[in-house]
Ligand binder design. Structure first.
Ligand code: GLC
Length: 395
């Protein structure tokens, strides 16, 4: 069976139905619930062969939206949670934190392939409200950079980008980190997950990937609004995309790359991670800057590049561990973001390298969660869906 057919089969097998809703679980054993950015990846992959399922994936996300527009990072459709370490996030049927906002991008991808105006109209207001929430509630000082209140909101749970803000040592273990994140959730429970108060008191990071993803998604939101003739929404998306680009340049750019920042003074967190590459996804580098990033970081086997793909953390970081979850291993959605960014700047050979590494990893491991950059060994959850993004890497 071709790899593409195996990807389609995996998405079908991981599909769940509940009370008129449909969604896809990232992995039946370890991740048997619905996650926000995972579902956006699923919708992108599904848009190639099952637009109805892709639309349902989006509808199920919007069905659990908070009144203030926030979308939870986890959705517990069926029963209460069985994984104890997730318990602290539970707030009845949905978690109290969010995840990188890939929704508008996914919706536009579905629409580009299988346009259905009725669907677009149906999802437009709630989708706009989600982006409004991020702009209005996650930017305490109106600096045009959006903040996260827990590392899990980045989707890179134990990334060393958050060590300084968490007060975590570089050799922190996986479980200790989880414990610390849960403690943070408990503190945020005290401020009732009101982001504006919680970020002032507990954890306040403006993360590069989250902001890049938001900028690229505001562009997609602008396309949706413009297509539907909603001038105000189009203006909102264009204006904030531009303001955020300028703010990222002002507060995050140094030494040729973008760094996440923390606290009210935008203190740079100088930890080298794949966040060096993701700005290409929203075209934040000039061509000359992108060339330097590729030359200095992408083609560097002593830091990021392994024959199995691009490491999540540079090997030169003290925190680097080849089996350390988000502290070194190769993850597949980052490979997809990097691939898209490289293509946008015309780095064809580099994009082809990432694509072939991704194909080989998936082929040899049968869709694992992440990969050891030194040995190529597939690690973590099995039957994990992020590898299905190969369906969106055909060109
Ligand atoms: C892990 C990942 C996170 C993902 C979740 C479900 O927690 O770090 O990004 O959303 O699994 O796949």
């Amino acid at each position: 069976m071709s790899l593409e057919s195996r990807a389609e089969e995996l998405l079908r097998n991981n599909r769940r139905h509940h009370a008129g809703h449909q969604y896809t679980v990232p992995s039946p054993d370890i991740y048997p619930y619905q996650w926000l950015w995972d579902s956006c990846f699923h919708a992108i992959s599904l848009s190639y062969f099952d637009p109805i399922a892709a639309r349902e994936e989006v509808r199920s996300l919007l069905a659990m939206q908070y009144d203030n527009g926030m979308l939870p990072h986890m959705f517990f459709w069926k029963k209460s949670m069985t994984k104890p370490y997730f318990l602290a996030w539970e707030n009845k049927k949905r978690s109290s934190i969010t995840q990188p906002p890939m929704l508008a991008y996914a919706i536009w991808e579905i629409h580009r392939k299988y346009p259905e105006d009725q669907f677009l109209e149906e999802i437009y207001e709630p989708t706009l409200n989600y982006y409004r929430y991020l702009i209005e509630h996650r930017d305490l000082r109106d600096h045009h950079l959006v903040s996260i209140i827990n590392p899990d909101e980045s989707g890179e749970d134990n990334s060393p980008r958050f060590d300084a803000a968490m007060g975590a040592p570089s050799n922190i273990s996986f479980y200790r980190h989880m414990y610390e994140r849960n403690k943070l959730v408990e503190k945020n429970r005290v401020c009732d997950f009101n982001a504006e108060i919680c970020m002032r008191q507990n954890f306040w990071v403006k993360d590069v990937p989250f902001n890049v993803i938001l900028i690229r998604n505001l562009q997609a939101l602008g396309h949706i609004a413009s297509y539907l003739g909603h001038k105000q929404g189009e203006h909102f998306a264009t204006l904030h995309g531009k303001l955020m680009r300028d703010a990222m340049r002002e507060h995050m750019f140094e030494d040729g790359v973008y760094w996440s920042v923390m606290g009210p003074k935008h203190e740079k967190i100088k930890v080298a991670t794949w966040a060096h590459f993701v700005p290409m996804f929203a075209s934040l580098y000039t061509q000359a800057e992108a060339e330097a990033v590729v030359r200095n970081h992408f083609r560097n086997d002593l830091t990021f590049r392994s024959r199995f793909g691009i490491r999540s953390v540079s090997m030169k970081e003290e925190s680097y561990r080849s089996d350390g979850f988000w502290r070194g291993p190769i993850w597949l959605s980052p490979q997809w973001f990097i691939y898209k960014g490289l293509r946008a700047y015309g780095f064809k050979d580099e994009a082809a390298f990432v694509k072939s590494a991704m194909y080989n990893n998936v082929d040899s491991s049968n869709f694992r969660e992440y990969f050891n950059p030194e040995t190529g060994e597939g690690l973590g959850a099995k039957h994990f869906t992020w590898g299905t993004l190969i369906l969106d890497m055909k060109d």
